[in-house]
Write a protein that binds this ligand. Structure first.
Ligand code: IPD
Ligand code: CA
Ligand code: CA
Ligand code: CA
Length: 277
């Protein structure tokens, strides 16, 4: 158990300040030249605005907490190695959407304390929706408390998932799961923003989310928000989630957690059909 240097509210307020400030940058630059580049792998994009928003967030976090470490998507690991405080920052989650002019992107700012996701702020500037949570303090959307859905049957659920950028190079690509769950449920959406997927489960718009090849900056903030809204976040097999590069995450309203976990295991049989196709 880490003894806190500040109340959790303080960390949450700074995460919020940074998320709102970066969100404003996403909006201000929406109609400007985005300067789109590929990061080495086909389809893995970065824009001028990802970097601009990240610089703004780093400025705010390091001004308030110069002794903390930061893991930011475009800058990598920065700061102290000894500290128990690690900020996981995605300045623009939904870059492909943003680059194409499809307005579905958020800013995601999470704080791990002693390796545990503890504070999260996710801001969607296009909907003006601010999701916030810290462990034990509850989760809110625009300052009002939120709860997960009460759907208990997988067959009546609406899910969301995503695909990692290396999906063309690996059989670990989620194609079979996506089809199998589409078959079993009312539908599977793909928003293009993992942080938004988690917050949409947190406020009950969706019942569950899963993804493989996910990064700490994609899920740290959203995980805190979902858990504080009454949901559950775990590994695919329901064991505790370890926040690590390229991990797999299963996140639900809690009620469909076991049935979705079991369905993901069964879906691997569909992989064989895909391979022989
Ligand atoms: C991506 C989005 C997408 C998910 C990918 C992520 P980015 O993040 O969250 O929904 O499917 O796995 O890499 O690159 O837009 O920040
Ligand atoms: Ca992301
Ligand atoms: Ca990003
Ligand atoms: Ca990216």
């Amino acid at each position: 158990m880490v003894s806190l240097t500040e109340p959790l509210e303080k960390f949450l307020d700074i995460a919020t300040e940074a998320a709102l400030s970066a969100g404003a940058i996403l909006l201000e630059n929406w109609s400007e030249d985005k300067n789109i580049e590929e990061k080495g792998r086909a389809g893995d994009l970065v824009t001028r605005v990802d970097r601009l928003a990240e610089a703004e967030i780093l400025k705010i976090i390091s001004r308030h907490f110069p002794e903390h470490a930061i893991l930011a998507e475009e800058s990598g690991k920065l700061g102290e190695t000894e500290t128990e405080y690690l900020w996981a920052i995605d300045p623009l989650d939904g870059t492909t959407n943003y680059a194409h002019g499809y307005p579905v992107s958020v800013v995601s700012i999470g704080l791990l304390i002693g390796g545990v996701p503890t504070v999260g702020a996710v801001y969607n500037p296009f909907r003006n929706e601010l999701f916030r949570a810290a462990t034990g303090l509850g989760a809110t959307l625009n300052r009002r408390p939120i709860r997960v859905s009460d759907t208990i049957d997988l067959s009546k659920s609406l899910l969301v998932s995503g695909f990692a950028y290396d999906r063309r190079q690996t059989p670990d690509n989620n194609y079979a799961e996506f089809c199998y769950l589409t078959h079993l449920t009312r539908g599977v959406r793909r928003s293009g923003s993992a942080a938004m997927d988690l917050t949409d489960v947190a406020c009950g718009r969706l019942d569950g989310y899963w993804e493989r090849g996910i990064q700490p900056w994609d899920i740290t903030a959203g995980s805190v928000i979902l858990v504080e809204a009454g949901g559950k976040v775990s590994a695919y097999d329901e064991n505790p989630l370890v926040i690590e590069p390229g991990g797999r995450v299963l996140a639900t309203n809690g009620r469909i957690h076991t049935s979705l976990s079991q369905a993901l295991q069964k879906a691997s049989a569909w992989n064989l059909q895909f391979e022989s196709f």
